[in-house]
Design a binder for this molecule. Structure first.
Ligand code: UDP
Length: 333
């Protein structure tokens, strides 16, 4: 049971991979993206409508033109540090922009939404693995901007009949197996791309943010999930809503934690050369360990990660970044 899906933020990292999975499953895909942080060349699996989620008229036009069965909503800012220094920008785009999108959907009679949420809504958990019932207490405006949306989705569900699936990602990582799309952030702040780029570019050394955490090797533990596994979960969530499923929420992770040093070792294994690095201070607000319980997504959506062993993640990311190394970074291309 497929149809047409409007994908906001489909020119970004997770969005572009999901577009590929939707297209491959038989969905008609239309991307809605303002290209402020997305990339035109990552839109390959459907048409692009250039527009901003804060622009109600543009959204109304897109709804009328596309007549989507569902919306998959990825458009958001995603830098924790930037959200601390510029919270208004995050609440305006991530929270208010989503309300504008929801209002346009309601006016057009579009009642199904997949929402990109995040483990940042949990803050610093008391214990891992974290279930969907783990208390949510964000420690930065980015996490709050997403948690507010989660609440708004519940309320729009009760008031207007919106059905939504909230997907709380842990650490999205890796790239498309064909390297047609991949991870491209400007600036790049994430561990795996930085560890790889350090090997592809001269003069860059990775800083490991703290080695005195209470973990097995002193570095932070995260739950890295392959972006194509994330994409598969989104496809399953669309199917679930198309089949009449009620609003729901799922963690998307593997249940297995990996330390920063284990990532560095995996990059060395895959590339065959050593990663230049030094140990730096802890980064403000970094929880020692974030690991998902993904049992609910398995039980309800039948989702089991297939590609999230660390070497597959690093190998696909490595292939993508090698391709990227020759590409001039020109915004909007
Ligand atoms: N990290 C690091 N050096 C870097 C970037 C990240 O040591 O240059 C660590 C960071 O402290 C965290 C892990 O790598 O423990 C993953 O960070 P990332 O920014 O990739 O994702 P986050 O977990 O913050 O969403």
């Amino acid at each position: 049971m497929t149809g047409t899906v409007l994908v906001t933020g489909g020119a970004g990292y997770v969005g572009s991979h999901c577009c590929k999975a939707f297209r491959d499953a038989g969905w008609e895909v239309v991307v809605f993206d303002n290209l402020s942080r997305g990339w035109r060349d990552l839109v390959q699996f459907g048409d692009l409508i250039e527009g901003d989620i804060n622009d109600r008229a543009a959204l109304d036009r897109a709804m009328a033109e596309v007549k989507p069965d569902a919306v998959a909503h990825f458009a958001a800012y995603g830098y924790v540090g930037e959200s601390v220094s510029n919270p208004g920008m995050y609440y305006r785009n991530n929270t208010m922009g989503t309300m504008t999108l929801l209002d346009a959907m309601m006016a057009a009679g579009v009642d199904k939404l997949i929402f990109s949420s995040t483990c940042a809504t949990y803050g610093i958990p008391d214990k891992v693995p974290m279930t969907e019932e783990t208390p949510q207490s964000p420690i930065n405006p980015y996490g709050w901007s997403k948690l507010f949306v989660e609440k708004i989705l519940d309320d729009y569900g009760h008031a207007y009949g919106l059905r939504s699936v909230k997907l709380r990602y842990f650490n999205a990582a890796g790239a498309d197996f064909d390297a047609e799309v991949g991870e491209r952030h400007e600036p790049e702040t994430h561990l795996i791309p930085l560890a790889i780029q350090g090997q592809l570019k001269d003069g860059f050394a990775l800083t490991v943010f703290g080695d005195d955490f209470d973990t097995r090797d002193g570095t932070c533990v995260r739950d890295y999930i392959h972006v194509m596994d994330l994409a598969d979960a989104h496809k399953r969530a669309l199917d679930y809503l198309q089949a009449g499923g009620e609003s729901n929420v799922f963690n998307l992770g593997t249940g297995t934690g990996t330390t920063v040093m284990e990532i560095v070792e995996a990059v060395e294994r895959v590339s065959g050369s050593s990663v230049e690095r030094s140990i730096g201070p802890r980064r403000a607000g970094d929880p020692p360990a974030l690991v998902a319980s993904a049992d609910k997504a398995r039980d309800v959506l039948g989702w089991v990660p297939q590609h999230s062993d660390i070497d597959t993640i690093i190998r696909t990311a490595w292939n993508w970044h090698q391709k990227e190394a020759n590409r001039p970074l020109v915004k909007g291309l």
